[in-house]
Design a protein around this ligand. Structure first.
Ligand code: ADP
Length: 662
């Protein structure tokens, strides 16, 4: 049959027949149909067909001219419909949308079509509506979706049951509703035990909170996640699992459910724990090490580790050398002072040639510009096959201990010298003491013999005086020796003390001359000569000054080749220079300093010329105690000039008396 077009001319329906047909379609249609007009805020029902009236639970007549708000239609629904009517008017085209209603605890779905018919005479827009019940279609669609979903679950479940891992399925909120058989085998639980959040029962109390916090957040985001935690087995053993979950999403990206697996990684975790333990032990050891440790990779030599001590020992930050040639940036020196090349460093030698280096002392320049000596020990690290995989060097700063070692060595040498000097001194001292003692003993024995023989005639006053003189001389010599020795032991414990008073040099020398002249005449055939240009007085210790000059005069007698001796006194600026000049054996250049040291006799033996080697030492200490000095000018074999230099205090300078004028 040909399509029926109601309003077309030339059809086999007349206009009234067409209207009738339309009327009967309107009245008998199972679709809900009607005509409405819109006011500013309501929908006025003009004409609804019986199907529509039935849906409203009313009659066609009762609905006529009723606003929707009077028919118990909620405001929200009226607005929703008005929006679509207005849209149809705006685009001047029918608008379709879906609408659901709840009826007798059942949701009914309708496909709605609204069309703009034109403006009514009252000025309101007029529309038609048509509702088609599509509840059945929607139900079928949902069923199909459900089937698809469970089919997905089933596939996963079949796969998961064949897996050695534990597996589960959770809904979009993370409530687990299915576990695979491995899960039940491992945990010894039932679905009832662990449904929903029951899984918490098999979690370790130390980790539960962490897991709960994590998953609470993870369920919210539609992205896969991973987490590691221990799970209790049915025998009560805790094993570590790596959990991975993947969200299954619908076409709009909404999470439908989560598929999860738990993989037993206990062995793996144990290994990691062991490595962590080893690592932390290594780090602790490295931290505690009193030496710097640096590790380089083989074969490149790239530096991969340095402990904290490294910075302290080297005085700079870690230099990240990428290969052996770059070790040149670490500044070290060969014994001849040339700079270390990269390959010269012990670490480089261990990595390149497997060399084991033990305690190699290497001078370095630290980052802070200080020089130091590092004791380097290095060794290669090999794998099971014996290949070198790395090299380790230990650097110990031995600068200070080397310094102490050297000082100790020096001290030891000095100590040895001192012991030798002491032994020498003891033999000299006993020799020196023995001479006057022997002489005294002989003298005494002689007198005794003469008395016993009663040779009164021979024991004249003259003879007795001679004996006494001799005894006095020897006693004086003994006294001097003992004094010198006492002085030395005093000096050992501290600085020589001086008691200053005003001393007139001219007078002091005059006094000395009178005491020494007899000896000088006896030895040199001449008096001691004294030349003083100007009388000088100073604040000095008179006794000590006498002691110094006596020592110098005694030496001039001992080493002066029996030739005349002279004393000169001059003043330069604020210093007095007192020189004792002889024409004796002189002093070799190399001994000029030495002779002022303790027990130093410049190669002269006690058999040649008696002495303890203390006179000049004491003289020097006295000069120093006056803030002065003593030195010698001499040419070997041609005499010596000993010069005592003392500062003068001007306030004490006086005119004094010229010796030659007296
Ligand atoms: P001693 O005379 O008891 O040896 P000194 O300390 O007085 O001790 O002198 C140290 C050494 O200096 C002497 O042993 C001698 O070798 C040398 N010496 C001192 N005075 C003179 C001098 N006037 N001429 C040459 N040598 C001297």
């Amino acid at each position: 049959m040909k399509d029926v077009l109601f309003f077309e001319k030339d059809t086999f329906f007349s206009q009234s027949e067409a209207q009738k047909a339309l009327e009967s379609f309107f009245q008998d249609s199972p679709l809900m149909l009607g005509i409405v007009e819109l006011t500013s805020d309501d929908i006025i029902h003009l004409n609804d067909n019986p199907a529509s009236a039935k849906f409203f639970g009313s009659t066609q007549a009762a609905l006529r001219n009723q606003p929707a708000s009077n028919l118990g239609v909620p405001r929200k629904t009226i607005d929703f419909w008005m929006k679509h009517y207005q849209e149809a008017r705006r685009i001047n085209h029918p608008v379709k949308f879906r609408e659901s209603f709840e009826r007798d605890n059942q949701i009914l779905w309708f496909q709605v079509t609204v069309s703009f018919l034109g403006m009514a005479q009252n000025g309101r827009p007029r529309f038609s509506y048509l509702l088609e019940d599509i509840s059945k279609i929607i139900e079928e669609e949902n069923l199909r979706l459900m089937k698809e979903k469970t089919a997905g679950d089933l596939q996963f479940q079949m796969l998961a049951d064949a897996m050695t891992q534990l597996a589960w399925i959770a809904d979009a909120e993370g409530k687990i509703y299915w576990y695979n058989s491995r899960w039940y085998e491992y945990t010894g639980t039932t679905l009832e035990d662990v449904k929903g959040s029951g899984w918490e029962k098999v979690h370790h109390p130390d980790h539960l909170q962490r897991v709960v916090d994590f998953v609470t957040e993870a369920w919210k985001k539609p992205v896969p996640w991973e987490l590691t935690f221990p799970l209790k087995s049915k025998s009560g053993e805790w094993r570590w699992f790596l959990t991975r979950a993947v969200p299954i999403k619908d076409s709009k990206g909404q999470i439908l459910r989560w598929l999860g697996t738990n993989t037993d990684i206990t062995e793996h975790q144990n290994l990691i724990n062991e490595i962590e333990f080893q690592k932390s032990r290594f780090e602790t050891v490295m931290k505690q090490m009193p030496a710097a440790v640096i590790i380089g990779e083989a074969p490149s030599g790239k530096l991969i580790f340095a402990n904290e001590k490294m910075g302290e020992v080297w005085g700079h930050e870690m230099i990240p050398s990428a290969d052996i040639s770059e070790y040149v940036d670490w500044v070290g020196f060969h014994p001849d002072g040339t700079r270390y090349k990269g390959e010269d460093w012990p670490l480089a030698r261990s990595i390149k040639h497997g060399e084991v280096v033990n305690n190699e002392d290497t001078p370095i320049l630290r980052g802070d510009g200080k020089h130091a000596v590092l004791r380097l020990s290095s060794a290669p690290v090999r794998d099971r096959e014996g290949n070198i995989v790395a090299g380790v060097v230990i650097c110990q700063d031995v600068t200070e201990s080397l310094r102490i070692h050297n000082t100790l060595k020096e001290n030891e040498a000095q100590l040895k010298e001192a012991i030798i000097a002491r032994d020498e001194f003891l033999s000299i001292a006993s020799h020196e003491l023995k001479t006057p003692l022997t002489s005294l003993i002989l003298n005494g024995q002689m007198i005794k013999k003469q008395i016993q023989k009663d040779e009164k005639a021979t024991l004249t006053r003259e003879k007795v005086e001679k004996f006494v003189d001799h005894t006095n001389k020897q006693t004086a010599r003994l006294t001097r020796l003992v004094d010198d020795m006492l002085e030395i032991s005093r000096l050992r414990t501290g600085k020589l003390s001086v008691e200053k008073e005003t001393v007139n040099l001219t007078e002091l020398l005059k006094d000395l001359k009178s005491r020494f002249d007899e000896l000088f005449i006896e030895t040199t055939g001449e008096e001691l000569q004294i030349e003083i240009g100007q009388t000088i007085s100073g604040l000095w210790d008179k006794m000590r000054l006498e002691q110094t000059l006596s020592n110098l005069l005694t030496n001039a007698l001992k080493y002066g080749n029996k030739k005349p001796v002279k004393i000169t006194v001059t003043k330069v600026k604020n210093q007095a220079f007192i020189s004792v000049i002889d024409q004796g054996i002189g002093i070799r250049a190399e001994n000029k300093e030495k002779i002022f040291q303790r027990f130093e006799r410049a190669g002269i033996s006690a058999n040649d010329i008696s002495g303890l080697g203390l006179g000049l030492y004491i003289a020097k200490q006295i000069a120093l105690a006056h803030d002065g000095t003593i030195f010698v000018e001499s040419e070997f074999g041609k005499g010596s000039k000993f010069v005592v230099c003392l500062p003068i205090d001007h306030s004490t300078q006086s005119l004094g008396v010229d010796l030659h004028q007296n």
